[in-house]
Design a protein around this ligand. Sequence first.
Ligand code: NDP
Length: 347
Amino acid sequence: MQVQRVVLNSRPGKNGAPVPENFRLEEITLAPDLKDGEVLVRTLYLSVDPYMRCRMNEDTGADYLTPWQISKCVDGGGVGLIDSSRCNNFAAGDVVISFNWPWQTHAVMTGSDLQKVDPQLVDGHLSYFLGAVGITGLTALLGIREKGHITKRANHTMVVSGAAGACGSIAGQIGRLDGCVRVVGICGSDEKCKAIVEDLGFSTAINYHLEDVPTRLKESCPDGIDVYFDNVGGAISDAVIAQMNNGSHIILCGQISQYNKDVPYPPPLSEETQKNLQSKNITRERFTVLNYMSKADAALCELSQWIKSGRIKVLETVVNGIENMGDAFCSMMKGGNIGKQIIKISH
Ligand code: NDP
């Protein structure tokens, strides 16, 4: 059987933005005879995610992430269908997900790398398993619950950076549902600002490319900031932290503004921001969703119910075709997506 796959063509270097030419499309012949324990899967949707930028480096800088190898098939989050199975846990037609799905139109995978999922959880929107009812939804929900300390009726103000992205768009809505009286989003275009306010119910949105972030934060957070869901780091986070209240909390989700630089994670803070954290007793503990997977099933049910009842809205940017994986990844890293960036591989 002829299949298409994407391999790593070159590395962008630790200090450099990724480009589509870092990836290469190939056609290979897949021998579909399965060994015991193996399944043949058809890929439906693939995910591109910011952590993949580390996997493009020879050394990822994180012990739980392996580097992608040159000329080898790239992998990440994926959802698909079992075509045929020699594994007792799976039968043809099952919908399955994996964190290590090869960027390949069909693939032979080991059953132990796959998890069967119930399409009813997402009302048939199978791509949601890669976003709102998958890792990014879990990151938003568990990040807030573990590190946010939101108290109902405490009139908390929450700020979310990267607010129109996969994690940010869900985090802001959860902040509102969990009782924040005000949720302010910071993101990179007027279209994104309009979407998060009009479609997702954020109180205010700030376009950091066009507006003065400190001034707009002062206007939109008159009582200061109690919870900050930080997806981006850098100058935006310095501006937010400067307006946080005593005893407030940062959910240190990600620092994407620093991912094309050769710095450790989390990147070092400026002296002034460090002083702000200490003098105002602001918590800023590292959060990694993979450390909370024992809570994933319950959290996924909660997300599913909120989405089915319409209390959480899901935004996605979907592109078609495995040949566009590299473009989609680079576009997401530069802000081309509203909501979760998804690549549809087959029907
Ligand atoms: P998004 O869907 O948010 O896509 C990335 C977004 O980042 C872009 O759309 C862009 O939006 C924004 N961005 C890119 N460069 C910059 C910059 N220099 N300054 C400000 N914003 C920038 O991705 P995810 O939701 O998947 O991930 C968001 C964050 O969450 C990342 O930092 C990621 O590493 C982290 N994460 C952490 C996890 C954990 O366990 N802690 C798990 C999953 C994700 P814009 O147009 O607004 O610039």
